[in-house]
Write a protein that binds this ligand. Structure first.
Ligand SMILES: [Zn+2]
Length: 256
């Protein structure tokens, strides 16, 4: 029944859009992004092993660091088109000064979980992440599939310093601290490369541009890009005078 499945997926899309708008429109806590210098954060979700071997390396070669949102349940997994980072990889990232953020343990859309399931998931992932670094205070969070939850929004505001979604916009002025805008670096490669224009935009009118990516590979998945393109974006942000910082450190500049 192709018609029914098309209708169902359209309904799901509409429901997700309405939820996203509602979550953004009803912040539990806000963040006023007023910065003199433009800030760019490079973040990774899940995290594929190439985000470490290629992505982190490019950041380090440019003297900057990123944020890696880890889902404990994905560690060491082998999927058809990608391998996920190992626990050792996470430790190395942390030792190199990168930030380890939370991406839930089970990597499920958070709105599908009950309050108790969510708390259990938070605790389970905290145990994993704390074995990589004993984060002082609260961590930063990124929503699996960029999907927030209206009924759980208090839980994210309480537990995490920030939570990031998608939306492909720059954070400026008053934003939802628990649903920050994220800009995806993904295929096609020409689109990924064209994101230099977004760096121009944040330089022209300072704000906080949070990129997120997945694999950094010569043959990227639809959700990744090549090392060459990633390198162009990082070098461009640095050369344009942006503060290129992990989310943890960007917040200190925004809150000064
Ligand atoms: Zn994810």
């Amino acid at each position: 029944m192709p018609f029914l499945s098309e209708a169902t997926s359209k309904l799901k899309y509409v429901r997700d859009r309405i939820t996203e708008r509602a979550v953004r429109a009803l912040p539990v806590s806000t963040l006023n992004v007023t910065c003199i210098r433009p800030i760019v954060s490079f973040t990774f979700d899940d995290v594929p092993d190439t985000a470490h071997s290629a992505g982190a390396k490019i950041l380090e070669d440019n003297g900057v660091r990123g944020t890696f949102y880890i889902a404990g349940g994905l560690l060491g997994k082998k999927e058809p088109d990608r391998d996920l980072i190992s626990a050792e990889g996470c430790q190395l990232l942390s030792q190199s000064g990168h930030e380890i953020g939370c991406h839930t343990f089970a990597h499920k859309a958070v709105r599908t979980l009950s309050g108790e399931e969510l708390r259990h998931d938070f605790d389970r992932n905290a145990e994993v992440l704390d074995s990589f670094d004993l984060s002082i205070g609260r961590r930063n969070f990124a929503y699996p599939y960029n999907q927030g939850s209206l009924r759980h929004r208090q839980a994210f505001a309480k537990r995490y310093t920030t939570a990031r979604g998608g939306g492909d916009r720059i954070n400026r002025g008053l934003v939802n601290r628990s649903y920050l805008w994220g800009m995806e670096i993904r295929q096609p490669e020409s689109d990924a490369l064209s994101l230099v224009r977004q760096i121009d935009a944040v330089v022209a009118q300072p704000g906080w541009l949070i990129f997120f990516a997945h694999d950094i590979s010569r043959k990227p998945t639809p959700y990744g890009c090549t090392p060459d393109t990633f390198s162009v974006l990082v070098r461009y942000a640095v050369s344009k005078g942006c503060l290129v910082l992990p989310v943890r450190d960007a917040l200190q500049h925004i809150q000064e």
